[in-house]
Design a protein around this ligand. Sequence first.
Ligand code: PMP
Length: 347
Amino acid sequence: MSAPVISVGRVVRGFTQAIGNTPLIRLNRLSEETGCEILGKAEFMNPGGSVKDRAALYVVQDAERRGLLKPGGTVVEGTAGNTGIGLAHVCRAKGYKCVIYMPNTQSKEKIDLLRMLGADVRPVPAVPFTDPANYNHQAREFAATLDNAVWTNQFDNTANRQAHIETTGPEIWAQTQGRLDAFTCATGTGGTLAGTARALKDASGGRVKVFLADPPGSVLYALKKTGALERTGAGSITEGIGQGRLTDNLAPDFELLDDAVHVPDEASIEMVYRLLDEEGLFVGASSALNVAAAVQVAKILGPGKTIATIICDGAYRYQSRLFSKAWLESKGLLSAIPAHLQRYVSL
Ligand code: PMP
């Protein structure tokens, strides 16, 4: 047995400094299968458990810098969950109150966790952005009624993408030592995709190809392919993913994206189970979507390429859905799980 490789930094000061610097994991079986190096950035290893810890820290620091948030203040956000969880942690670590508006379609695990982290959680009906009752508008309006409060506005606040320009992208570039050929990931706010793409394009002189990954129900795939703002498919099981518009985080770099891949839910759910069975990784559906997209990119580019993607969070946040027979059946997805992986459907 070879000696363990010790690769650790120094002591970090508190929760916020523990965000980032996550491992980049070679997905061994998928790499062998495709003839490419398929690499997953292990964002579930952030201290709040998801890629959104990075954006949460940046939007709070941005509000502090702009004088919008002073000691004892309140952070208000509209979020499908992970940004809220990141914010709830960052707020506890920095002494702020945290109020979260979220669509009532999200998993119980995320709502319970937010409440355990001390956030004031307000589930509201899931209506489109164009409806004034949308969770984002409710968050903005509530923040405006308070003193010393900020609506962090993750969708259009570009401090979100800045987190990935300054951290995620440079980390992936350093970890691949300049050998990266492509990057792909899906979008919620678009911060991760746009920020990481910008950093990787800049670092590589434009050489790294970037592919948008999009689930059913989102408009971005069609927008990239045809320029038309139209939905591809009805809706998706991938919580926190899919967009109906170009956010301010994504818009500046949408042209920078080389191409787009569409990932149906069947492919995402199969990948949830494959990653568990083959790699020992227990990940959520957006991570699986991203990895399925990386496999598509490998097929497009051909063997010998190095392709990175994001493993956004763990499956713990969705286990009552993703591992439940009744839930999978209700979505028509039970049959998308290959027979030899059905034994993992255990709830
Ligand atoms: N995966 C999960 C599980 C998420 O919650 C989110 C954010 N909603 C994303 C991916 C997308 O990240 P971004 O907002 O940076 O596009």
